[in-house]
Design a protein around this ligand. Sequence first.
Ligand SMILES: Cc1cc2nc3c(=O)[nH]c(=O)nc-3n(C[C@H](O)[C@H](O)[C@H](O)COP(=O)(O)OP(=O)(O)OC[C@H]3O[C@@H](n4cnc5c(N)ncnc54)[C@H](O)[C@@H]3O)c2cc1C
Length: 409
Amino acid sequence: MARIAIAGGGIIGLACALRLAGDGHAVTLIDPDPDGDKCSWGNAGGIANTEVVPASMPGMVWRVPGWLFDPLGPVALRWQHAPALLPWLLGWLQAGRAGQVERIAAALAGLLGRVDADLAPLLAQIGCIDDWHRLGALAVYRSAAGLRADRAGWALRQCHGIAFDEISGAEARAMEPALDSGIAAGVFMPGWSHVSDPKLIWAALLAAVRAAGVAVVRSRATDIARKGRVRLASGREIACDAVVVAAGAWSAALARSAGDRVLLESERGYNVTLPDAQVHLSREVIFAERSFVATPLSIGLRIGGAAEFAGLSAPPNYARSRALGRLARDYLPGVNLAGGREWMGNRPATPDSLPVIGPSPRRADVVYAFGHGHLGLTLAATTAQLVGDRLSGQPPKLDLAPFSAGRFG
Ligand SMILES: Cc1cc2nc3c(=O)[nH]c(=O)nc-3n(C[C@H](O)[C@H](O)[C@H](O)COP(=O)(O)OP(=O)(O)OC[C@H]3O[C@@H](n4cnc5c(N)ncnc54)[C@H](O)[C@@H]3O)c2cc1C
């Protein structure tokens, strides 16, 4: 049995805590606000195990200026943050080269191929198996040109054995009658699934972690420079044999204190949840040309997306949530936006769309579990298995080299 400290009580830290407590370790979970809002609360709820396509693809760079100057566009930048963002941006450009994309997609396929098998027992353990809806997802296009523009992504999915069916606009509307008649084409992905409400899953996980005897400490971990010690903002130190860094978008500073430089940004995402949408969707729908999604959650229809680079401390710009609501009206005529709850979350994003999972290249006692970008809910159970195997001395189920912090140099 080892003493393991985990920094971060989002979906990733909690999933790791449950696995490690189950292995018999003495686990301490550290979070400045264990019960407070976090990225893991308000996401779109998608189990997007088909998403082997990285955020940076060849040629995509030419689409970015158009997005940046479109007030409803999927990408926004607060210009004051541009100098700090530059190294990350250069990494993003490099990740979009053809050879890199192949490598990244193969690594993502390895992780995503494990998702269903890892998630099922976790959801069963925390009493949420009936909150997992395995109904696929439907990507819809307004024009054939829009579908053509995404060909490379669909070809990449095909290379990795991801099942999908291209269907006509009429077939898409037969699956989801709430869609506007101007939908020209659709792609149905049967492997995708969604949960009733990501916050509900997070809350059940936190309850299970507490029930498993994990000590929850309300404080911020400030540095892990000294082996066997986690220093807290409260001034206290926690003695441990190993530390897991799972502090989402805040993880880079802790990694730096262990001597590792990682490229990590907050890719802020927005949504609006409509308690009385007055339109019905059966499954998650992806509005591909405008890069946003709608998920039918138990608490309402959630319309979400956007990628805003503004750093970790800038106040949210909820005009982006309202813009998503207006966009949804174009695709879902009759949708009722009244009473919509606006939300922003800090996606922990690496430039190459790969999470950082596994031991620090410098310190065997430090294990990383952050940087899951758009896939943190999807990959939580799988990350927990990989971290658990590492710390419990079990053979790795996957080669962790592509996810090493060492790749940032
Ligand atoms: C709009 C939007 C839609 C999304 N949709 C999906 C989706 O459909 N499917 C999917 O899989 N993913 C989705 N995501 C991504 C997903 O939400 C994230 O990848 C995931 O929540 C990250 O979890 P985390 O535990 O790493 O971070 P978080 O949930 O952010 O948790 C990090 C925790 O670390 C704590 N912390 C911070 N600093 C410290 C410190 N120094 N010491 C200790 N603790 C610290 C914080 O208080 C916080 O509790 C979406 C994200 C957004 C924004």
